[in-house]
Design a protein around this ligand. Structure first.
Ligand code: SF4
Length: 341
């Protein structure tokens, strides 16, 4: 089987105790059935701790929302005492994500982890592939898979090499036309070109939708409300943000677009890439406006927080996918208007 992944994944290493936002804090972690059975077989003090701190297949978080096995040095006691091979599947994989398309597996590292976010923002994504042992995989329509793969390659190529944000607007037009063709069983690729005219953006409308999302961290919604108040006064996108915004757009496109092979839905996934790029850039501009020095590390934190709140909640992703079709501020001409104002 072939495995496709961004080559920067090879340089990812969890920074563990140095992480300022440990992924073992604030998340409910489901334990897979094989690992759960193994934990139930452990004897001694650790076995007792495991049985006391697991309920309904999840670790029972402490009052501070910490995993009960995360010690005061922010290191994992299960990892230390049983070894990495006995972490549950989620802890083993995180922040890596995977998707299977017949004989092809794809994977990457998620923006919700601060070290992954640092890497994603630091390097242009270069796709690489290698042979791996076969894994169980559901099938997918090979014709649609081929078209979407070619479409994604085309969009990533333009996002990385054409002028920005014009490439984002052309990508949205391309996706609108491709969606319409797929809906009519026409699996040919449209031209990658700008056809729509930008219209006045409704940033308040966009922010209103983001304020309806289910918060993961209680500080997120007040932060978004505060940034919404700055919408009229913040400066336009500075040129030095452009390389980072291109990488954000490519990240979202790589991660989500090919899922369209399972349901034929591609436009909302392209809009997720465009709107997320815009929103993260907007939050960076707010940070820049309010702080004399707004560093690369601050940009990494903001992108990571956005990802946690938006990407790592299936409910929030569904809400946005619906809004991309139903709410006027997310029409392609208005998203382009937001980028171009
Ligand atoms: S968020 Fe990333 S760097 Fe931090 S503890 Fe988790 S995997 Fe490690």
């Amino acid at each position: 089987m072939l495995y496709h992944y961004p080559s920067y994944c090879d340089s990812f290493r969890c920074i563990a105790g140095k992480c300022t936002d440990n992924c073992c804090i604030g998340w409910e972690i489901d334990i897979d059935s094989d690992t759960l059975a193994y934990y139930q077989s452990i004897t001694g003090d650790l076995g007792q701790r495991l049985r006391q701190n697991i309920s309904e297949g999840c670790f029972v978080l402490t009052e501070n929302e910490r995993c009960p096995f995360l010690n005061s040095h922010n290191l994992c006691d299960i990892y230390t005492e049983l070894g990495e091979e006995h972490l549950c599947q989620i802890c083993t994989d995180h922040p890596r994500y995977y998707e299977w398309f017949g004989a092809v597996k794809e994977g990457g590292i998620g923006l919700c982890c601060e070290e992954a976010a640092r890497i994603i923002l630091s390097e242009d994504m270069v796709l690489t592939e290698k042979e791996i042992p076969d894994e169980e995989s559901g099938g997918c329509d090979p014709e649609l898979y081929g078209v979407l793969l070619a479409a994604r390659d085309c969009m990533i190529e333009h996002l990385q090499n054409s002028s920005f944000p014009a490439s984002v607007c052309a990508m949205l037009d391309f996706a609108e036309e491709l969606q319409s063709r797929i809906d009519n069983d026409d699996f040919t690729l449209p031209a990658f070109e700008r056809v729509s005219q930008a219209e006045n953006a409704d940033l308040r409308g966009m922010l209103n939708i983001f304020q309806t999302l289910e918060p993961i961290d209680e500080r997120w919604q007040p932060y978004i409300r505060h940034c919404a108040e700055l919408a009229e006064v913040i400066p336009p996108m500075p040129p030095e943000h452009v390389p980072y915004l291109r990488r954000i757009a490519v990240y979202f496109l790589f991660r989500y677009f090919m899922k369209g092979v399972f349901d034929g839905e591609i436009l909302s996934r392209v809009k997720l890439a465009a709107v997320s790029t815009y929103m993260i850039g907007f939050l960076w501009r707010c940070g820049l406006y309010e702080n004399a020095s707004y560093s690369f590390a601050d940009m990494v934190q903001t992108a990571k927080n956005y990802s946690k709140e938006v990407e790592y909640s299936a409910e929030n992703l569904d809400t946005l996918a619906d809004a991309f079709y139903d709410v006027p501020c997310f029409r392609t001409p208005q998203i382009c208007g937001a980028f171009e104002c």
